[in-house]
Ligand binder design. Structure first.
Ligand SMILES: Nc1ncnc2c1ncn2[C@@H]1O[C@H](COP(=O)(O)OP(=O)(O)OP(=O)(O)O)[C@@H](O)[C@H]1O
Ligand SMILES: [Mg+2]
Length: 450
């Protein structure tokens, strides 16, 4: 294999020298220049695999280099060097197509990590989405095809991605695919449900602790950041993170380093951050439940996963795929869906999206008599979208004298219905109702439904 070349662009000779030495020791060839025009001249020769550029340069900005590379040599990976704390520039560079950034003063560890990832990126750039892995995004509608293309592109970048979408729409599938198709694919993918960790344990879960740092810390423990080192940390339900933890998370992301509770040692970590919620994160920011600086940092690129209602014509394909899977697991011939069953599915709104479809199909496959699933076997919840005006008078007569008690009884019914729809799974039931896990747990306690 021919030696790879890294182009270094910085107007300070000391920094150039530090980078040159570190990179040469990794067995790579370096070229160094001190301004944008010299960089572009070199890039035009098409011999550069990786480019590291400072932002402030005598004849322009490092962002100009990023733009030039995006337009003229998109096979070259580019990362920017940013002054400590200049989040905005780092974010701007990532949006412009830089695959990563590195803080000044440059930490040698971080630099090495970045270069390793970048060169893996290069060797993997030819592989298309690997569908042999179990993470698959099925669907033939335009919205899903576009999403798949977007994933292929995002997999190459190291930019943080925020994945939005309704409950059960496939956000985790998207996160796993971004990981599985990028240069970090052989390192761990660590998903964490931010709402499911008790407040008092969040910090230790993320950053780890040393023995004796608090009651119950019986031994040293590594945190999720360290566990995900070299790979991807998926912050699921990120809106559920307590505010004080949001500050600490921001710091870890910006500094690419963590400190275990009770320790003074900074451990540098190389982790790509993906996050998701089924809530509207910008609304959480507006209501001050989510810090805007963290939002800005994790939401560099947003991917919106469409709801099942936005791609109704994918339903038969998804349903048949699920039936095949069930059939092979259960060792039975795959049941088929009758015409009326398909029609019923196509007009059902699926508040729980693909996951709800999976549950419905599995239940129907269990209940159907012969090898055909009918609309009746699906037992779809009745749509209550048409408001019956008489209902309000019913409500009134039932609420007379005790509206609180009556509303509470309605709430209990809804909670029970959600639990039933999600087969007793509390996390999923909470999501279905748009509640945090904590809120949901509180209501279960309140009504003694536990
Ligand atoms: N396009 C798809 N193709 C195949 N399976 C899918 C697709 N989208 C979602 N699924 C399946 O639907 C289920 C729900 O997906 P996933 O867990 O990714 O949803 P989510 O958006 O993370 O949900 P939540 O908001 O509840 O966390 C999973 O079993 C997943 O495999
Ligand atoms: Mg999820």
């Amino acid at each position: 294999m021919t030696q790879k070349t890294v182009l270094i662009i910085d107007d300070e000779p000391d920094i150039r020298e530090l980078l040159e030495i570190t990179i040469s020791r990794m067995g790579l060839h370096t070229e160094s220049v001190g301004c944008v025009s010299d960089a572009i001249a070199l890039l035009q020769q098409n011999t550069i695999q990786l480019c590291l550029t400072d932002i402030k340069l005598p004849d322009g900005s490092g962002l100009d280099v990023v733009h030039h590379i995006q337009q003229h040599c998109s096979e070259t990976a580019v990362a920017v060097l940013t002054a400590y704390g200049s989040t905005e520039l780092a974010v701007e560079a990532l949006k412009a197509g830089a695959f990563d950034f590195i803080n000044k003063p440059v930490s040698i560890d971080q630099l090495r990590n970045l270069i390793k990832t970048a060169l893996q990126l290069e060797s993997s750039s030819a592989t298309a989405i690997d569908s042999s892995r179990n993470t698959r995004l099925l669907g033939e509608t335009d919205v899903i095809s576009r999403l798949r293309q977007q994933i292929t592109k995002l997999a190459r970048s190291q930019a943080p991605v925020y994945i939005s979408g309704e409950s059960g729409s496939g956000k985790e599938v998207v996160a796993r695919m971004i990981h599985a198709n990028g240069p970090r694919r052989n390192a761990p993918f660590v998903p964490v449900n931010c709402g499911a960790i008790p407040d008092e344990l969040v910090e230790s879960e993320f950053f780890g602790h040393v023995k004796g740092s608090f009651t119950g810390a019986y031994g040293d423990k590594e945190g999720l950041f360290e566990a995900a080192n070299g790979g991807t940390l998926f912050l699921d339900e990120v809106a559920d993170l307590p505010l004080n933890m949001q500050v600490k998370l921001l710091r870890a992301i910006q500094e690419k380093a963590v400190r275990r509770i009770g320790s003074n040692e900074e451990i540098s970590v190389d982790v790509r951050i993906l996050s998701a919620t089924h809530r509207d994160l910008s609304r959480e920011v507006a209501s001050e439940h989510f810090r805007s600086d963290l939002f800005y940092r994790i939401n560099v690129i947003e991917v919106a996963v469409p709801s099942l209602r936005q791609r109704v014509s994918d339903i038969p394909l998804l349903a048949n795929f699920m039936l095949e899977k069930i059939a092979s697991e259960w060792g039975i011939p795959a049941p088929r869906l009758s015409e009326d069953a398909l029609n019923a599915l196509s007009s059902y709104p699926f508040p729980g999206n693909v996951r709800e479809l999976e549950n419905i199909i599995e239940r129907a496959a269990t209940l159907c008599d012969d090898e055909t699933i009918t609309a009746k076997d699906l037992s779809l919840p009745a749509s209550n979208s048409s408001v019956n005006p008489d209902k309000h008078t019913d409500h009134l007569s039932a609420a007379i004298g005790d509206v609180e008690g009556y509303l509470a009884s309605i709430e209990q019914n809804i909670i029970n219905a959600a639990l039933k729809a999600q087969q007793g799974n509390k996390t999923e039931s909470a999501k279905l109702l748009g509640l945090t896990f904590r809120q949901f747990r509180y209501k279960l306690k309140k009504y003694n439904l536990d």
